[in-house]
Ligand binder design. Structure first.
Ligand SMILES: [Zn+2]
Length: 487
């Protein structure tokens, strides 16, 4: 607690602070100067340019979405209403092996590189150019960006259905070095997808060499989240050990009915591994996943909802089984006809989802895909769903823990210095919400409904969302990797 100033640019009065460290809540005012938190405590005698009344409200650090595909959206949909409206002030981009840079104007974007909707015009040929564009035309949220291994494969390799040769590996490694020098916080892989499925463990290690010197992250959508999940986890840990960098297992889950309950084995394995290497994980609070429309690998075993389809936009929001019946074709054939597009797959068990969410070290990441009119509701609802449904209604963990999983824990794991906790000296990324009413309003039928119970969202000291309205502010910053030595 400190009270060095008696005048603030912004003063939040009368709220209950949940500071993002998992510490118990406490009553305090929060004073902001020049985009930073200047004081937390009794500021009843202070004055301010702008005062917000937070009586009966929680005041927490802005939420950090550890897993997004917002790479292009932070430029093309810079207001980011689907994230700001749920209290998210920072997004981590470049997940699942896919990033907006580096690309070439003339290159194809095979699945899943089209996840991020990069336009043919004005593509970024270097990572530095991407980050410069974000600085020149800021988003409403802060961005911490990673470079994607599948994107590099698409850039460098003439065909993707084989391992990279030494020349290609060297070329990809140069791009990783460029991305690291520009400020990327890590590299991601998505060996689950055809674009990188043939990449060997050695290819990933050799391409990822520049991560080591900077202590940057290795973040992975693993090769397998179903029958071979344990082997896939061991591979991910081995890559982390070879590069001596932290590993993040993305959207941890056990896919398909025969594997339900597998998280009883995977979580203890993570816990055991954490004792001798740096490992973390994230998860989204739903039993359905979403990715590009696929017709393989048992993806069509459960219920499938079409989220978007380029050739058949009229099918968005419809059940694949129904479409197949109407067309008198198999689900596989219907899926192939609907490509390219995105779909929602009901493929997880609620017990596994709750077990992963409740695991102490699990961060919250939406994995939202900002494409089309009928996206997976996680794009608009992830964070309020954890706070409302899972913390308050089901009692899976205390509110302080829920907030920590989306703020302090994430900032620590991703090395986002100066973010994630509500303390003096930190960037003033703040969300004010009503713990009694916060809830996700987005569901599979109406997936773009803004959350309820979010009062005010502040990004770097600027009010960006208030009472259901975007202020138009674009005060997001680019968060770059700080060198291991300096950190
Ligand atoms: Zn993924």
């Amino acid at each position: 607690m400190s009270n060095l100033h008696d005048h603030y640019h912004l003063l939040i009065r009368g709220g209950t602070v949940i500071d993002g460290t998992k510490a118990p809540r406490f009553n305090a005012d929060v004073g902001i100067v020049d985009g930073f938190i200047a004081a937390v405590g009794d500021l009843s005698f202070a004055t301010a340019d702008q005062t917000l009344d937070a009586t009966d409200r929680m005041v927490a650090p802005g939420f950090i979405d550890s897993h997004t595909h917002d790479d292009q959206a932070v430029l093309s949909q810079a207001a980011m209403p689907f994230k700001i409206s749920q209290g998210v002030t920072t997004v981590v981009t470049g997940n699942c092996g896919v990033s907006a840079a580096p690309l070439r104007a003339d290159m194809d974007l095979p699945m899943p590189l089209n996840l991020i909707d990069a336009p043919a015009e004005g593509r970024f040929t270097t990572f530095a150019a991407y980050l410069d564009a974000l600085r020149a035309t800021p988003s409403s949220v802060n961005v911490a960006a990673m470079v994607g291994h599948s994107t590099l494969r698409g850039l460098i390799m003439s065909e993707l259905d084989r391992p990279a040769n030494p020349t290609e590996i060297a070329a990809m490694r140069m791009h990783v070095e460029e991305a690291m020098a520009a400020g990327a916080i890590g590299m991601s892989t998505g060996t689950f997808y055809a674009a990188a499925a043939e990449a060997t463990t050695d290819e990933i290690i050799e391409v990822g060499r520049p991560l080591t010197a900077r202590g940057a992250l290795y973040v992975t959508h693993m090769r397998d989240e179903a029958d071979k999940i344990l082997e896939a986890m061991e591979e991910s840990f081995a890559i982390g050990r070879a590069l001596e960098v932290p590993v993040v297992l993305s959207h941890h889950k056990a896919m398909h009915a025969p594997n339900f309950g597998q998280t009883k084995i995977t979580l203890p394995l993570i816990e055991k591994t954490m004792k001798h290497q740096c490992v973390s994980l994230d998860c989204y609070p739903y039993t359905a996943g979403s990715t590009m429309i696929r017709a393989d690998g048992g993806m069509l075993g459960g219920r499938v909802l079409i989220a978007s389809s380029e050739p058949h936009p009229e099918c968005a929001g419809r059940d694949l089984a129904e479409i197949a019946k109407e067309w008198s074709v198999s689900k596989e054939e219907a899926a192939l006809t609907l490509q390219p597009g995105t779909a929602i797959y009901f493929m997880m068990d609620e017990d596994d989802v709750q077990r992963v969410l409740a695991f102490d070290e699990t961060m919250i990441g939406s994995d939202g895909i900002p494409l089309g009119d009928k996206p997976h509701p996680r794009l608009w609802g992830t964070f309020p769903r954890v706070l409302g449904h899972y913390s308050r209604d089901i009692g899976l963990f205390p509110l302080e823990t829920a907030v920590w999983k989306m703020t302090g824990l994430t900032a620590r794991n991703f090395g986002l210095h100066g973010r994630g906790t509500l303390q003096v000296g930190q960037h003033a990324d703040i969300v004010i919400f009503d713990a009694a009413t916060i809830r996700d309003a987005a569901n599979y039928a109406t997936p773009t409904e803004p959350a309820e119970g979010i009062d005010t969202v502040i990004v770097n000291g600027t009010v960006t969302w208030q009472h259901g309205m975007h202020s138009g502010a674009r005060s997001g910053q680019v968060i770059t990797r700080q060198d291991k030595v300096a950190a």
